[in-house]
Design a protein around this ligand. Structure first.
Ligand SMILES: Cc1cc2nc3c(=O)[nH]c(=O)nc-3n(C[C@H](O)[C@H](O)[C@H](O)COP(=O)(O)O)c2cc1C
Length: 205
């Protein structure tokens, strides 16, 4: 039997929306036969800021068991799915800080030729999900990555409406991750694993 696809889900989430999506992607990829590492970007915010927001504190406590991401989690992987909440239409500094520490691996070409994909969430419908996912993909270009978006490759994509990546509008915590978003996460995870498996089988790459 061929070696299984190795997939890392590397994300940052303050108040837990991204954690839900990351877990859904990780579980689906495992069901698809991938070997999965679920990793969170290290927190940079001061303890007082986290403690002042009950959802942030609860998510920090609930995700203590998820290891912090290291560069090896990308080097090891055939496919990487990054996730970040929208921060003013952009990637959260915690995830960006992790990405900005990858210079040595990038310089050695160790980030190239892998499948990359992204997910996000925002408080509002037009609050910058697409710009956040596109900002993430700028990094994938620099890695020499193979960007695999969900597109409209499944009928369900016309319900969630985001071909750039799984996304969720959380309405400041009033709209928990729902079945529409979970379906989008599953579609994206399956597609990422399938493409990575095909690339892995082609030894000419
Ligand atoms: C500093 C900051 C900036 C944010 N910027 C935006 C924004 O530009 N648009 C938006 O819709 N939501 C914005 N949000 C809300 C978060 O993106 C949203 O609540 C997200 O779903 C949180 O994900 P998490 O629960 O995984 O942390 C911002 C939140 C913070 C704390």
């Amino acid at each position: 039997m061929s070696e299984s696809v190795k997939l890392s889900v590397i994300y940052y989430s303050a108040t837990g929306t991204g954690t839900e999506i990351a877990r859904e992607i990780a579980e689906t990829a495992e069901k698809e036969g991938a070997e999965v590492r679920l990793r969170r970007a290290a927190e940079l915010a001061p303890a007082e800021a986290i403690a002042s927001n009950p959802a942030w504190a609860a998510n920090a406590e609930a995700t203590k068991g998820i290891p912090e991401a290291t560069p090896d989690d990308i080097v090891w992987a055939d496919a990487v799915v990054f996730g970040s909440p929208t921060r003013y239409g952009n990637v959260a500094s915690q995830l960006k800080q992790f990405i900005d520490q990858l210079g040595p691996q990038w310089g050695q070409g160790l980030l190239a030729d892998k499948v990359y994909s992204g997910f996000t969430s925002s408080a509002t419908l037009h609050g910058g999900q697409e710009s956040t996912l596109l900002a993430l993909s700028h990094t994938f270009y620099h890695f020499g990555g193979i960007i695999v978006p969900p597109g409209y490759t499944d009928g369900s994509k016309f319900a969630d409406g985001n071909p750039y990546g799984t996304s969720h509008v959380d309405a400041q915590g009033n709209n928990p991750v729902d079945e529409t978003t979970r379906t989008a996460a599953r579609v994206q995870a399956r597609r990422v694993v399938r493409v990575a498996r095909a690339l892995k089988a082609d030894s000419s790459l």
